[in-house]
Design a protein around this ligand. Sequence first.
Ligand code: FES
Ligand SMILES: [Fe+2]
Length: 360
Amino acid sequence: MKYLKECWYMVGWADDFAPETLVPFTLLGEAVIIFRKSDGSFGALEDRCCHRLAPLSCGRLEGDDVRCMYHGLKFNAQGACIEIPGQDRISPKVRVRSYLALERHSAVWLWMGEGEADEQLIPEFIGINHPDWAMLPGQMDYQAHYRLINNNLLDLSHLTYVHNAADSFAAEDQWALSKMQVQQIPRGVRVGRWIESARRPGILGQSDEITDHWSTFDFLVPGVFLLYIYVFEAGTAARCNRQEPPADLPPLRKTFTCQAVTPLTEKTTSYFFAVGPNAENADKKHLFLQMTKNAFAEDQQIIEAQQKCIDRSPGVAVIPLAMDQAVMAFNRMFDELIAAQAGQGSHLNFKEVVTDAVHQ
Ligand code: FES
Ligand SMILES: [Fe+2]
């Protein structure tokens, strides 16, 4: 089993889906079409007509229904065939798979599981219309296995080396040297660390400013990254004994990014992200997005090169080190979820394993 299916996957930013348009998307190796219904909500069907297997993405949206433009079968948003030209009786077997698609936090999510969808499991993004934040969205595609991208996000020690350009917002030795605090949370891990007396300012700081940064992220199943960076005056980390700062200690500034890693096929992956400062620093949002895109181009270069290296190294194992603490904790949980899914396919039992996995 290559993929975890009992979860929500991000398939795009809501604004990217135009009305009256069938959008083809390959997700976990399955070809689907996604479309807006007349009330603005979303529908999704498998991209294969059950008659003679023509793609429905070559079809036509008629209201909330999809007509295959090979021989004219029409399917409703639940996947049932509701019209066969020249034939009165329609067997209930004439249908295509439908998927639950929802808009939440400016993004569109697809439930890929066989079990009942749980809307509580949609991650807490800060959407691009949130009044307290100045978020901008982006997307890129990787020629790499999704787990290489997950691992990159789970271990931010790479910032020191991958993002080492003088004008990079992350060019600090401390990303590799500082001690991280890892804890397991439901369906994920939480990782915090201090970057002290940052020589370069946080991306929203003044050029001569020295500050302490508390970075904290949650990485959640199946590949969702929620990162806050709080900028404090220098000396704050020491005053906090290098522990998490108290919630009532106001930062000078803060930034947020939400990111979602979505497997398309075994070695192609889509990567959605939104980044932004708090609303008071909205004038910096385009700068922040550009710096982020520059950084992600650096990630893409090393990860796609890593994929090629792995491809020519069959059977060669990796060597986990201290910096991989969060990588290992998350991957162990992820593997247990995939094993549970392959084992019995019962959503109820699957949920029990989820609970076990996060409490060990
Ligand atoms: S293949 Fe779709 S109607 Fe025939
Ligand atoms: Fe990176």
